[in-house]
Every structure is written in C-alpha cells, then in structure tokens.
Design a protein around this ligand. Sequence first.
Ligand SMILES: CC(C)(COP(=O)(O)OP(=O)(O)OC[C@H]1O[C@@H](n2cnc3c(N)ncnc32)[C@H](O)[C@@H]1OP(=O)(O)O)[C@@H](O)C(=O)NCCC(=O)NCCS
Length: 155
Amino acid sequence: MNVVVRSSRENDRLALARLFAEVAEERDGIATEPPVDVAGRAASWRLEGDLLAEADGRVVGAIHVEASRHGYGEIGMAVAREWRGRGVGSALLAAAVEWARQRGLHKLSLSVFPHNEAAIALYRKFGFVEEGRLVKQYRRQSGELWDAIEMGLLL
Ligand SMILES: CC(C)(COP(=O)(O)OP(=O)(O)OC[C@H]1O[C@@H](n2cnc3c(N)ncnc32)[C@H](O)[C@@H]1OP(=O)(O)O)[C@@H](O)C(=O)NCCC(=O)NCCS
C-alpha cells in the first residue's frame, strides 16, 4: 500500500472538504448528509489535530482529533470508498492515537452508527470499548431516527 499519513496543511483544505462531501453522499457512515457546502467546509476546516492519508498525491482518507480542554479528544474519520478495506483507516487511527498521546490526552472518544460494522470493527481492533448508546439521536433526511454508539479508548 503506497499511502503516506501526514498532518493536514493549508493547501489540503479543498481536497479534505471534497472527500467529506463524497462520503456524505453515501448517507451511511457519517452524520452529515448532502448538500455539503464544499467551499465553506474547506474554509472552516480545523487543521489542528487533522491527519490525512495521501496516495499518489491524492487525499484518500482523513481523521480529525478535536482535543477538548478536559483531557479527551473526539475523533471523526473517513476513507474514500474505493480505498476502503486496505488498511488506510488503520493507518490513520494509529497516527491519531500517537498524535493524541504526544499531546498528553488521556482518552479518545467517538460516536458511531450501530450499523457501521466496518468502523466498529476498526475501533474494537484498536481497543475502543462501547460506553453507551444514544437512542434515536440523529434525525436523517429520510425521517429515520438513528441511534449512536459511544466508544472510548483510554490512552
Ligand atoms: C470506517 C472506515 C474509516 C474504515 O476504513 P478502512 O480504510 O476501510 O479500514 P481498514 O482497511 O484499516 O480496516 C480496519 C478494520 O476494519 C474491519 N473492517 C474493514 N472493512 C470491514 C467491513 N466491510 N466489514 C467488517 N469489518 C471491516 C477489519 O477489522 C479491519 O481490520 P483488519 O484488516 O486488520 O481485519 C471506512 O469504512 C469509512 O470511511 N467509512 C465511511 C465513513 C465512516 O463510516 N466513518 C466513520 C464514522 S464513525
């Protein structure tokens, strides 16, 4: 796998927002649904705590750690559909864990939809455990109300 994981930079903003918009189109793994204001997302993207995976100069995945003032960081991540199942998500998560440890965070947290088997398997592989379930938390554009599972990893 010819993929490099590195910190996101200023000139990655548009590629990161495009990837996010692409994954939102799936209406499945992440909370955001279309339409995504790509230019707006690009402009407001928080680069602090953001890592990306690059293959042949193309952004194929990204992970964000939003460090709180209370010692934990909240994670969000996505891999381009055609790149899934090849270890990109694992490489990103390993890098995010390392980043969080270096920052002195004591814990990583995340929310995941219960049907998202690939994501839950990935998080479990890294030692994340289920801490609770938010019932009918997310109202989808379809009108469905989706639960969310809270997971955490003590560092
Ligand atoms: C979740 C996601 C980030 C995983 O990224 P990925 O690059 O496919 O992950 P990897 O290839 O590193 O796989 C990691 C582990 O997940 C599991 N996994 C991967 N694909 C799977 C699938 N389709 N079904 C079940 N488990 C799967 C495996 O345990 C795998 O570990 P292994 O290869 O050592 O057995 C990716 O599927 C994605 O971007 N999905 C859409 C957005 C999303 O759901 N984001 C997370 C929101 S909480």
